[in-house]
Design a protein around this ligand. Structure first.
Ligand SMILES: Nc1ncnc2c1ncn2[C@@H]1O[C@H](COP(=O)(O)OP(=O)(O)O)[C@@H](O)[C@H]1O
Ligand SMILES: [Mg+2]
Length: 257
């Protein structure tokens, strides 16, 4: 079995790209074959993985949009073996894809079709969605078998989750009936703040009936420091306290394989 997991939340700064890289790293450490797909024009994941988005000639854009001269679509460009993972990178060109695809045929399945020929090379494909409910997120959810929802443990983040669940329901109703919610990952959790505790409890109460609510990912400057060093957290600080939370999420994901 293999899975294609979209990390989806329309809010920015909730830890999607950070989780994508770190869950991917832990899966690779467990000998899983991992592909990361950067679907965000802001290309944080591509940057976190140590590439310079602006210097890339070929990105995911080329596999989503027809080449104007040949009218064909390119294969997915893949950067192999970065910390044991493969990466399909993005850069700002991807924001143009959103415009071009609005009027393109079969637009909903463009990412799904691009992944199809290479999917048997991987056990896990992780798609890092952009912070929006737009077309790039939509086609990510169409390409996915599962969705993982990071939710910041702050009240305003919690308030946006109805919109998020409606979007998932819409995708399931129309374009991807089999899409399953793998789980909810509370993020940026600061146990010293009573409102974080309260929001965590609210997230658990609200979502446990939908899918597993994972152990919270603690707020820690280690994540930003590791990102700045272009390293997965476990390579930056192998004894970091957040690694246990990441591992427990990976335990859940491995049950889907
Ligand atoms: N658990 C965490 N604790 C502290 N900072 C974090 C944590 N997770 C992510 N960050 C930092 O927060 C910022 C946003 O994270 P990112 O993963 O890019 O979010 P998103 O992809 O949802 O926009 C980054 O600077 C990242 O280093
Ligand atoms: Mg991101």
């Amino acid at each position: 079995m293999s899975i294609t997991l979209a990390l989806f939340n329309q809010s920015g700064g909730v830890g999607k790209s950070t989780l994508t890289m770190n869950l991917g790293y832990q899966l690779a450490e467990r000998q899983r074959r991992v592909l990361l797909v950067d679907m965000d024009p802001q290309a944080s994941l591509t940057t976190f993985m140590g590439l310079d988005p602006d210097s890339l000639d070929l990105t995911l854009y080329n596999a989503l949009v027809d080449d104007e001269t040949t009218q064909t679509v390119m294969d997915l460009p893949i950067q192999p073996d970065i910390y044991g993972m493969d990466l399909c990178p993005a850069n700002i060109n991807l924001s143009a894809a959103e415009l071009v695809l609005v009027s393109a045929d079969m637009r909903d399945v463009r990412l799904k079709d691009a992944l199809e020929p290479i999917s048997d090379r991987y056990d896990v494909i992780l798609i890092d969605c952009p912070p929006s409910l737009g077309l790039l997120s939509y086609i990510s959810l169409v390409a996915a078998t599962h969705v993982l929802v990071p939710i910041q443990t702050q009240f305003k983040a919690f308030a946006g989750t109805n919109l998020l669940l409606n979007t998932l329901a819409r995708v399931k109703r129309r374009a991807n009936r089999k899409l399953a919610v793998a789980g909810f990952a509370p993020t940026l959790f600061d146990a010293r703040r009573s409102q974080d505790e309260r929001t965590l409890k609210a997230i658990q109460d609200r979502f446990t009936t939908v899918a597993p609510v994972y152990d919270p990912i603690p707020w820690s400057t280690g994540f930003a420091d590791a990102a700045e060093a272009r390293l997965p957290l476990a390579l930056y600080d192998k004894r970091h306290k957040a690694i246990a939370s990441l591992s427990s999420i990976v335990d859940h994901l491995e049950k889907l394989l």
